[in-house]
Design a protein. Sequence first.
Length: 258
Amino acid sequence: MFFEPTRWPSTTRWMWRVVASLGLAIAESFGHRIVAPVPSLFTFNIKDPRLADISGVSVEHVEASLVGTKLRTDGPLLVTHWGLSGPVILKLSAWGARELASRNYQFVVRVSFAPGRTREDVVRELSAARAANPRKQLTTWCPLGLPLRLWERLVAAAGIAATATWTSVGNAALAALAGQISAADFKVEGKSLFKEEFVTCGGVRLSEVDFRTMESRLRPGLHFAGEVLDIDGVTGGFNFQAAWTTGWIAGRAMAAGA
């Protein structure tokens, strides 16, 4: 289950931002170095005919990468009415938070709907499917187990007619379809549509905090917890747990020293 910050009341989101900003300002006033916060854990805003009108479609396992970098991850994918989401996208946004911010959230994400297989591997699978089902209509059956609504869009993107039978698809068209399956590039034109991320990458440098007590190594008696620290996990649950745990440690340490 994924926590959706956009469902917070607007006043709660405003208070969260104010508290986080005040915490960083206080830390900085006591000499702490602040890693500049940037959004983390966000979905990708994409306008692409392959995704239009198929929101809600999910794929259990894909691989996603940021073209031009070594950033790569895998996991479930969800198509939304504004683009792409799901664990694979959220993880990529977390691991690449600073890189994506430096690009002003304009980049290309490459999705492999056949993770672990090359384009040549997929061509062989499709060729075997063509040989075994020559008269079957291509769009009515996906040998790779992809949702049919998505499969139909990939077939169309490869330039194959919706009514084509497997036997009517030549090798060049089959290779084009394999390319759509193994390396579909999507142009990202921004992050989360709502622009209401609830996790940031950045905050007080961890090297300046004693994790046994969450006390500042620079200012005795000053303790930190939660989002003010340079901590971000790959789901909202991890970030909540980090906030609760660091708050508990800080609270106990302060109570013991009172």
